[in-house]
Design a protein around this ligand. Sequence first.
Ligand SMILES: O=c1ccn([C@@H]2O[C@H](COP(=O)(O)O)[C@@H](O)[C@H]2O)c(=O)[nH]1
Length: 278
Amino acid sequence: MSASEDFFARLRERIDAVDSVVSVGLDPDPARLPDHLADHDLPRWAFNRRIIDATHEHAACYKPNVAFYEDADGWRALRETLAYAEGKGVPVLLDAKRGDIGNTARQYATLLDSGASGPGADAITVNPYMGRDSLEPFLSRTDKGVFVLCRTSNPGGADFQNLEVGPNKRLFEYVAQRASEWNERGNVGLVVGATEPEELERVRDLVPTLPFLVPGVGAQGGDAEAAVTFGPASGGDAAGVGLVNSSRGIVFAGEGESFDRAAGEAAKRLKRRLNGHR
Ligand SMILES: O=c1ccn([C@@H]2O[C@H](COP(=O)(O)O)[C@@H](O)[C@H]2O)c(=O)[nH]1
């Protein structure tokens, strides 16, 4: 497979080019947008454009969460945003947490393509709860990254994910091992939060070669050092590839007219902080 077809090869090139594993979360909460953008045709797009201009030199990828775009204007804003990020050469990981029965999953997977139904993205997050077949339409996309929810960063992440499903085996550990088996095409990663660093380390020990997307630093107070120590794959073809995400901590670092400058500074600070532990 050539580098252009392989998401993790493209991501590695990007990480090396900007010397950064920072994933900038594009979550333009309408309630928090600066007032002066309110008159814009698409305020979320106006916001994201300025955030991208200010942060792209520090961004290994952008991670828009679809929750912030699921309305008519939102989809338009998302399409504009993705095209703009692509124009800057920054990969986009769509945080959609999808997974469903076959025909529905196939439709969900069209999110990855730019066209009539999808905005187009380089990678996506998926939910493994419905099993392997529910993820097949994503896994079969050799040119796209597929990040499987494993141990999420929210307080309730332990409710199910930490249940013992076998001798000395918690559900998130089982998911990590199954996802590793699903990585037949070299396009699977895991979502593992920074808020439980010992569990993050445990998952890294279990699956050394899978890249992680590590959310939860910044606003959720997760452990940034653990995120960058255990997030990147530690062996295999994707060695060194991983992402540490911050959304609100970057895009809402400042307010008012100069919100973008504050975002750029926040992205740079996080990059430097993480690089101190790489
Ligand atoms: O376990 C998870 C999975 C996804 N997320 C998403 O990441 C960002 C985090 O936002 P912050 O503002 O940096 O807290 C957001 O889109 C979440 O839905 C996560 O936090 N944890």
